[in-house]
Write a protein that binds this ligand. Structure first.
Ligand code: HEC
Length: 134
């Protein structure tokens, strides 16, 4: 018994260090909850394409609006005023005319949840890149 303990004990501190290191590593990599997944470049490219084919006819290829729909660079659409859920809802259910005089927006069909997230991420990145019209 004594001999066995003796044989094992030098390994224990190493095992403890490895265990602690693994826990710290895991916590740093994935343990902390993320509020929002960061937009990946691939997701942004998909979002840009989907925006062009589904939104640009009214909201403009550069997001700056057309005679059929408002600019998404209007300060009205900044994240604190029209959050991501407002975008999700407009896509899924449409939006009644209330801010402008373009008429109602019909729901946009054919986009799954991931695609909707990509479209929103693209709009947010363009809002950041181009800034808002005040
Ligand atoms: C057929 C034209 C048309 C298309 C296509 C269109 N929209 Fe709209 N959208 C409008 C109009 C018009 C409004 C303004 C409604 C109003 O008066 O507030 C609007 C408003 C919105 C709003 C604001 C909703 C709110 O709660 O006030 C969002 C967000 C939006 N659109 C996102 C999108 C996105 C994203 C797409 C593409 C996936 C899209 N729209 C496609 C016409 C369109």
């Amino acid at each position: 018994m004594k001999r066995l303990l003796h044989a094992v004990s030098p390994v224990q501190p190493i095992a403890a260090v490895v265990t602690v290191a693994l826990i710290v590593f895991a916590a740093a990599c994935g343990g902390a909850p993320e509020a929002q997944e960061p937009a990946s470049p691939a997701g942004l490219a998909v979002g840009a394409d989907l925006y062009q084919s589904n939104c640009a006819s009214c909201h403009g290829a550069d997001l700056q609006g057309t005679d059929k729909g408002p600019s998404h660079l209007s300060i009205v659409y900044e994240p604190n005023h029209h959050g991501d859920d407002a975008f999700r809802s407009a896509i899924l259910h449409g939006a009644r005319q209330h801010h402008w005089n373009f008429g109602d927006m019909a729901a946009v069909t054919g986009l799954d949840n991931d695609e909707i997230d990509d479209v929103i991420a693209y709009v947010r990145s363009e809002q950041e890149r181009q800034g808002f019209d005040q």
